[in-house]
Design a binder for this molecule. Structure first.
Ligand SMILES: Cc1cc2nc3c(=O)[nH]c(=O)nc-3n(C[C@H](O)[C@H](O)[C@H](O)COP(=O)(O)OP(=O)(O)OC[C@H]3O[C@@H](n4cnc5c(N)ncnc54)[C@H](O)[C@@H]3O)c2cc1C
Length: 537
């Protein structure tokens, strides 16, 4: 018989033995009755209401046969103990194999090797459908040189950059794997696949799993090798330029000027591929505008964040660098504001995929030890804010582009990021020279109010001060704010039905962040996986 115990509080020094003792205490059974205890989930409890920061564990417990199969009466009242049915799934979701290329007369094409495209290609390859995965950028191993050139000299390669290339926008990222997805089996498949490709097993149990950009750089090539080994074909420097259709059915894709005949294409091009949106609009694929959010990225000293979140336990090696999430509801005529994509112990980075436009984001390495944490502070915007014709699906990207062009200009026109001290921003003072006390990002003091629309900066000024006061130990004078954070999610949707196909082009499966149905590494990966499963069906 197997049980699961939830809400088991353990101090930061817990060991296998102390977990076993705590389980015995909770169940009130003799030790020989317990065959094994396995921690299956671990979260940090930083509320510090009655005790210092601790871990909250979920533990699977296997009992000896002698224990019997009946639940003791006293346990039935305990809401934090439940029986695990023998049928509960464990391990990778069973992959259907045996389908062969004979099932599909043409090989399916997957466009984009970000999280969504990689998982879709992996799934199709597992099913024996020999997908062709095309990616406009270069391989993970080759990406670093142009990214380094961009960050150090401001030289942009439009197809090989922080956002484009194998691994997609997720490669130079914080690599946090948190998601609000309720699709547990798919989530488990993604995490287990990452472990098989080299990720640490702790991602399977941590409530806030994290990889870091350095680990992702090792994992993604392993995933590519699995796709190839299962019959997939991976082509770099291969850009989708157009679709071919006949009577509403996809018949081919144009890649680098040449046609690849296919009836099925999983489109996973992310939300930075604005040329793809224009191409789809031109080719009659139905698109619709959607809300998104814009704002700034704020960098803060990580030890101050740790102190405010973990109190006396700050710096404990088992806790690592602390995270935070802050929200402020709409106040008076000001909109809501929320923190997003917090990167503990990371760095603010410059991102661009087209000339003359600059946006910020955050990344980290696996150790999260930079000494600074950063997070976006975002204000939601609606299609009515974008200007342009009512219902124009491309108005959002044009509006984003205007802000990014202003950020580029404010930074001096060479992809240097405009920034200022947070207290200057909040007080609307002229920016002073940037402090040395920050991550070595190529940045210049600038007026951020010139970059974002007035109602956005007003909302941010109104909200960030009170939000930061919730973190008592963070000193706004020691924080730097950078502009502008524009690409937190897609400003439009590529419409699709329950089979994941575009209603206007059958055989076209828009997925991931660019399709507007996912945001973040894991949800995009799950979306790609599910679309591939739908295609297999
Ligand atoms: C700096 C940064 C940090 C982030 N940190 C996190 C984080 O910590 N956790 C998290 O969950 N999310 C994070 N995100 C968001 C996350 O990276 C994205 O949600 C995710 O990568 C989206 O996956 P995707 O596969 O849908 O698209 P993308 O990752 O954008 O991949 C799209 C791919 O398609 C390719 N492509 C585009 N156009 C074409 C074309 N015409 N032909 C061929 N190929 C094309 C691109 O080169 C790219 O490789 C971060 C994003 C950034 C930029």
């Amino acid at each position: 018989m197997k049980f699961q115990i939830t809400q088991l509080s353990m101090d930061l020094e817990y060991t296998d033995e102390s977990v076993l003792r705590a389980v015995r205490g909770r169940l009130i059974v003799a030790e020989p009755m317990i065959l094994s205890c396995t921690v299956v989930r671990r979260s940090i409890d930083a509320r510090r209401i009655k005790r210092p920061v601790c871990f909250t564990l979920t533990v699977d417990v296997e009992m000896a046969e002698a224990f019997g199969t009946n639940l003791p009466a006293s346990w039935k009242k305990m809401r934090d103990i439940k029986i695990i049915p023998d049928s509960a799934p464990s391990g990778l979701v069973a992959i259907q194999t045996g389908a062969s290329s004979a099932v599909l007369p043409y090989r399916p094409v997957v466009v984009g090797a970000g999280p969504a495209g990689l998982l879709a290609a992996w799934r199709l390859a597992q099913a024996g459908l020999q997908p062709i995965l095309i990616e406009r950028g270069v391989s993970t191993e080759q990406r670093h040189s142009s990214v380094k050139k961009f960050w150090s000299q401001g030289v942009l390669n439009e197809d090989d950059n922080v956002l484009f290339g194998e691994g997609g926008a997720g490669l130079y990222s914080d690599g946090k794997l948190t998601t609000q997805s309720k699709l547990r089996a798919e989530m488990r498949t993604v995490l287990e696949l990452l472990v098989q490709c080299g990720a640490d097993e702790s991602i399977l149990i941590d409530a806030e799993p994290h990889l870091g950009s350095d680990r992702l750089g090792q994992i993604v090539p392993n995933l590519r090798q699995r796709i190839i080994a299962a019959g997939g074909d991976v082509r770099f420097g291969a850009k989708l330029e157009g679709l071919e259709t006949d009577g509403g059915q996809l018949t081919g894709v144009i890649v680098n000027g040449e046609q690849i005949e296919t009836r099925n294409c999983i489109l996973a091009t992310g939300h930075s591929a604005r040329d793809v949106y224009h191409m789809l609009h031109r080719d009659g694929v139905t698109l619709a505008p959607k809300p998104f959010a814009v704002g700034v990225r704020v960098e803060m000293p990580q030890p101050q964040i740790d102190k405010s979140q973990f109190g006396q336990m700050a710096g404990h090696e088992r806790l690592g660098a602390a995270n935070f999430r802050l929200t402020r509801k709409p106040q008076g005529r000001h909109r809501a504001c929320y923190s997003f994509c917090m990167c503990p112990g990371g760095m603010v980075i410059a991102c661009a995929s087209s000339p003359g436009m600059l946006t910020t984001n955050g990344m980290s390495l696996s150790h999260r030890s930079s000494g600074y944490g950063n997070a976006a502070f975002l204000v939601p915007v609606e299609p009515g804010d974008f200007g342009g014709a009512v219902g124009d699906p491309l108005a959002g990207i044009a509006w984003q582009g205007k802000i990014e062009a202003k950020a580029f200009e404010a930074g001096g026109g060479d992809f240097t990021v405009p920034g200022c001290a947070l207290d200057d921003f909040l007080a609307r003072r002229d920016p002073r020279a940037l402090s040395e006390n920050r991550e070595p990002l190529r940045a210049v003091a600038a007026d951020i109010h010139a970059v974002l629309p007035n109602y956005i900066t007003q909302t941010l000024r109104n909200a960030i001060g009170p939000m930061m006061r919730q973190m008592q130990d963070v000193d706004p004078k020691q924080c730097t704010v950078y502009a502008a954070e524009t690409r937190s999610s897609s400003p439009l949707r590529i419409l699709r039905d329950e089979s994941f196909q575009s209603p206007s082009v059958r055989g076209l499966y828009p997925v991931g962040e660019g399709a507007g149905y996912a945001g973040g590494i894991v949800t995009s990966a799950i979306d790609g996986l599910r679309a591939a499963e739908s295609l297999c069906e």
